[in-house]
Design a protein around this ligand. Structure first.
Ligand code: ZN
Length: 456
């Protein structure tokens, strides 16, 4: 019996530990993991090779409604009016259409430089709330989509129980999201856990404090399912929910969560947008990751995260494309910085020390926080990590005459020409010369599905 031998690669410069290393080598084992390189003939990757970016927050189905909620309504438009449009769209989806939309999205992610995605998944049941005959059918559709595209997946089935902090029942249009009992939700986690493998991790998600009563949260966090793996929650996206939490639980959401749960490095607090200075330093100390989704937060008018305070406190963070109004780690990181510049009327906010590069700081920060939130061994081109890597286009005029120190800044801040030429995910080439190997078929199926959905 023969097995695929370990392959050796070299690169002009390889991004490792937050810096470029000249003439570096990597070894990719048959299982898609990196090993310690040994002597031998190498295949050349390219001039600039860096780890793929983890995407720590996604609702895949929302990709198909990007651009459909940009028309002014009869009253003041806000997150909450957008949410109504999203509910109407979600009601029409079934496992087949979800898989088609997600596969298209995941191909777009890979081409843009994301090599992993955390899917915050709450479309569990049929639109009237009746479970599918195969209860986990919608989750399996996402797993199948990730496998088709070849992207690593952290599947986060969402516990969603109530329609507000006051414990009100779910509205009819929220019923397909819901679980009446924590035990039903834990059974879903257990059945999905059986599918885990090298490119698939199953974790836990609480939709938000407003959707999970305190007793249910305690029950879930005490189960065996909550003792390992990532735990994600939407936390403080909107001032309205901060105020509701203050009124009904007597504390701001992040403060309340830190007081009532053992938040540690396994936690990801998505949209920790509205954070007091005290909350920023407490979250930083906990080791939890702030999940930031700058283009979605801009699109929905959420507000701005206090980045400088949080970085000064040593806080960890990562990026997500969330509603997929944009699918680009470059654009997320650029807008994370630009939002701060616009608000403070200063430049180079993410770089906290003189001489630091904003681009290098942001890419490295996104890798580290995203890796923690994923629960997978990724984010570093080092032994025992996944071989998830991007090869930049060395022929691109944008990168001409750029010294190593300026490459990341050029990648993030020098326009919109795609610079990711080849992408390897789990040791497998999924994008070569800007093209995904199965993009034509996946795009054609996506087009058929959204045309059918548009006809109603
Ligand atoms: Zn979300």
């Amino acid at each position: 019996m023969t097995s695929t031998p370990t392959r050796l690669f070299d690169a002009g410069h390889l991004w490792r530990d937050g810096a470029w290393h000249a003439d570096a080598r990597i070894a990719v084992a048959a299982d898609g993991q990196l090993q310690e390189p040994r002597p031998g003939t190498c295949e050349r990757l390219g001039a600039r090779v860096l780890p793929g970016m983890p995407n720590l927050h996604s609702h895949a189905f929302q990709r198909a409604m990007a651009g459909l909620a940009e028309r002014r309504g009869p009253s003041d438009d806000s997150f909450w009016t957008w949410r109504e449009a999203m509910y109407a769209f979600a009601a029409a989806l079934d496992p087949e259409s979800l898989q088609a939309i997600a596969a298209q999205l995941y191909v777009e992610m890979l081409k843009a430089g994301y090599t992993q995605v955390c899917e915050f998944h709450y479309l569990h049941h049929q639109s009237d709330g009746t479970p599918y005959a195969q209860r986990e059918a919608m989750s399996l559709a996402l797993i199948a989509a990730a496998q088709e595209a070849g992207i690593a997946l952290t599947l986060l089935p969402v516990l969603y129980m109530t329609g507000g902090f006051d414990g009100r029942a779910l509205a009819p249009r929220q019923r397909r999201f819901g679980h009446a009992e924590v035990s039903d939700y834990v059974r879903l986690l257990e059945s999905l856990g059986a599918h885990q493998g090298p490119g698939l991790r199953v974790g836990i998600a609480l939709h938000s404090l407003r959707a999970v009563p305190e007793t249910a949260m305690r029950t879930l966090l005490a189960t065996g399912a909550a003792q390992t793996g990532p735990i994600h929650i939407h936390i403080a996206e909107q001032l309205g929910e901060v105020q509701d939490c203050l009124n009904l639980r007597g504390a701001r959401p992040v403060e309340w969560l830190l007081d009532h749960a053992d938040v540690d490095a396994r936690w990801c607090l998505v949209h920790a947008t509205h954070l007091s200075g005290h909350e920023a330093s407490r979250l930083a100390r906990s080791g939890g990751v702030a999940g930031l989704c700058p283009t979605t937060e801009a699109n929905l008018g959420d507000g701005l995260f206090p980045l400088a305070d949080y970085l000064d406190a040593g806080g960890r963070w990562g990026i997500g494309s969330d509603s997929h109004i944009s699918v680009s780690p470059v654009e997320e990181l650029r807008w994370l910085e630009y939002g701060q510049r616009l608000a403070t009327q200063h430049r180079n906010i993410a770089a906290r020390r003189e001489g630091d590069s904003v681009g290098q700081t942001l890419w490295q920060g996104g890798l580290a926080g995203g890796a923690a939130a994923s629960g997978l061994p990724l984010g570093e081109l080092a032994p025992d990590h996944r071989a998830d890597l991007l090869v930049l286009d060395e022929d691109a005029p944008l990168l001409a005459a750029r010294e190593a120190a300026a490459v990341m800044d050029s990648l993030l801040f020098a326009g919109n020409t795609p610079l990711v030429r080849h992408v390897m995910c789990g040791g497998r080439w999924v994008v070569r010369d800007f093209h995904h190997h199965d993009e034509a078929r996946i795009a054609a199926r996506y087009r058929r599905v959204v045309e059918r959905l548009a006809r109603g």
